[in-house]
Write a protein that binds this ligand. Sequence first.
Ligand code: GDP
Ligand code: MG
Length: 330
Amino acid sequence: MPANLTPEFKKARDRFRVAQSRQDKLAALEEMLTTIPKHKGTDKMRADLTRRIAKLRNPQPQLRHGKGSSLHNIQREGAGQAVLVGPPNSGKSSLLGSLSNARPEIAEYPYSTVFPVPGMIAFQDAPIQLIDLPPITSDYGDPWIYDLIRQSELCLLVFDGRNPQHFAEEIQEILSLLEKRHILLVESKAGGPVAETAANNDREIPGRIVLTKGDLFDHGGLLEKSSSFFTTVSTSTLTSHGLDELRKMVFAALNIVRIYTKLPGKPPDMKEPYTLALGSTVIDAVELVHREFVDKLAYVRIWGSGKFDGQKAPSDHLLQDKDTIEIHLT
Ligand SMILES: Nc1nc2c(ncn2[C@@H]2O[C@H](COP(=O)(O)OP(=O)(O)O)[C@@H](O)[C@H]2O)c(=O)[nH]1
Ligand SMILES: [Mg+2]
């Protein structure tokens, strides 16, 4: 059902968008609640407005220690974990909704996402967890949001490209918000696990850019600007343009390899691959399949990155994506 929003509501919403202080935000939200048409189609929006007004009226003391409530914790699943980070309304929730079965709240007004929402996306047969987050801005961003970004393995910066002339400032603002929390985005972490530098507590995470709403905004000129920061993909959830490329970019940025196993004389088990960090060796895969196999190992045959199919591979042989191994025990 269309919301049929009134001009009064839209004005209040515009005021909310630019409001800086808690009072101004509260006043604008209250105005939005009184001017919103009251029918079934706006049930969710009204409930959300009420919730946000209550939150602004009674700000919870922020937890300094611990990870916040269990609602803010996400159980890691799949071969890798990526987070969606960006300004309000840039299309983060829409991306998760289009790529996974998760149903995050999607709204044409900002700050509609208040909790992290995880969903499972897939690049071919590799399941990857994608987490939708509330926006981060200079005056909004609970500590738990930064905790989740910090723990992730890939940060997708989401911009809709409506202001190409201000893009550099927009992205710099986000990068500096992250840097203040010792989160440094880097183009590549290939060749090694993501590590914390103990000295200054900095954490480096691969960063990539997703431009959204390609059906509304021309990303042409922006792509070049954006790519000077990080590898970028242009998408639209309306037309599905760029979504396959996005899945591929996410998989590549996670720096993982998929490994299949087979029994002698049988075809490989292609149901679900084991996944390991790029740079892992044959013995790492054996250990992942079964820790005890390491001690009982006779030899491993490999299909894929070996010189020929079924070749015996030394324990320190570097695995490549989509290799198949056959483990022989003593
Ligand atoms: N035309 C168009 N609108 C989009 C697209 N993606 C998101 N939107 C709209 O942009 C608004 C904000 O989207 P949302 O996903 O809630 O943004 P978030 O605040 O970053 O999570 C909503 O009105 C969406 O319907 C897109 O690819 N094309
Ligand atoms: Mg959202």
